[in-house]
Design a protein around this ligand. Structure first.
Ligand SMILES: [Zn+2]
Length: 330
């Protein structure tokens, strides 16, 4: 389990803590920077039979179990996929993944048994803000009076959504935004060709950028950006049909594209797609800023319905056709 280069300072802080270790940690920071990997590396280091400065040895029985995702004293708690049920009629609730009270009860039960290997018993809760209030309250008792040699590691990119009573009982580690050059070098070392582009699109989060760099996704993005650059030469209905399974991606791209276009109209540089500045400039000159703003605002308002659009294809079509009508709207 490797610690990412931009997280080494926090790693050093973690491994420098001496006994008695805190019973609850909170690792927080933006999404896509390796919080999960850091938490797992630390758990491995605690459970390893021969831990070194850099982490677990990688060869002992504990390390092998962790590699297989099967260490009996390491418990992951993450939102479970839920079937649509009677209590799940509210769309907004379905859109957000939830850690439920029965998952926390099962965890507490597991942690009350003695350790299989006589060492630490660890729970990794991710993302911690997914705990609903009942789940968070159920966890509080364990946070207040943890069994000996139990450590809870909470992972969160929205710590403000955690109950104050939970927050106050955790030893907090803030993972910084990765340094741009370090992140870029790492991304290139993973064999990502358009590293700078994808890292910018991911807001500087390298693991998110790595996800963004999947060839199929890059192909879809290229296709959409080409269409946005030449709005009059597209079959927008066909494009909406082709992209209807990924309305969130389309939303990301088209809203960033519009944001760049609006920036250029105000004499600012493009932020997301500098490689397309020429096409954006040309469009910016031929587009009425008020109408571009109006479409941009409409997109922002549509964001929260994206997880479960009634008809994604129709939604995309309506965005595309309005976008195409922007050109020569002066
Ligand atoms: Zn080991």
């Amino acid at each position: 389990m490797n610690v990412h280069p931009w997280n080494r300072a926090v790693w050093a802080q973690l491994t420098r803590m001496r006994h008695p270790l805190p019973h609850a940690l909170l690792l927080h920071g933006m999404a896509g920077i390796g919080k999960r990997e850091l938490a797992l590396a630390y758990a491995q280091w605690l459970l390893c039979e021969r831990p070194g400065e850099q982490g677990g040895c990688g060869t002992c029985r504990a390390c092998a179990w962790i590699r297989q995702g099967a260490h009996p004293d390491l418990h992951w708690v993450e939102p479970e996929e839920t079937e649509e049920g009677a209590e799940e009629t509210d769309k907004a609730r379905r859109a957000r993944p939830i850690i439920r009270i029965d998952q926390i009860r099962a965890l507490i039960e597991a942690l009350s048994l003695s350790a299989h290997q006589g060492g630490w018993r660890l729970a990794l809760i991710r993302p911690a803000e997914a705990m609903n209030p009942a789940a968070a309250n159920a966890l509080l008792k364990t946070l207040e009076e943890p069994p000996p040699r139990v450590m809870l590691i909470l992972i969160s990119h929205q710590p403000r959504r955690l109950l104050p009573t939970v927050l106050s009982r955790c030893h907090k580690f803030a993972l910084p935004r990765p340094d741009w050059d370090t992140a870029l070098a790492w991304l290139r070392a993973q064999g990502v060709a358009a590293a700078e582009d994808t890292l910018r699109e991911a807001g500087g989060a390298p693991l998110l950028a790595l996800e963004y760099a999947q060839p199929e996704r890059l192909e879809r993005r290229g296709r959409l950006l080409t269409a946005l650059a030449q709005p009059q030469r597209q079959d927008w209905c066909e494009l909406a049909e082709a992209m209807k399974n990924a309305p969130g991606e389309v939303w990301d791209w088209i809203s960033r594209w519009l944001s760049d276009l609006l920036a250029l109209q105000q004499g600012l540089p493009s932020r997301y797609y500098p490689a397309h500045t020429a096409a954006l400039q040309s469009l910016a000159r031929r587009t009425d800023p008020a109408r571009a703003w109006s479409l941009y605002r409409e997109l922002i308002a549509a964001r929260r319905h994206l997880a479960h659009p009634l008809n994604a294809q129709l939604l995309l079509e309506s965005w595309f056709l309005r976008y195409a009508s922007l050109e020569d709207s002066l």
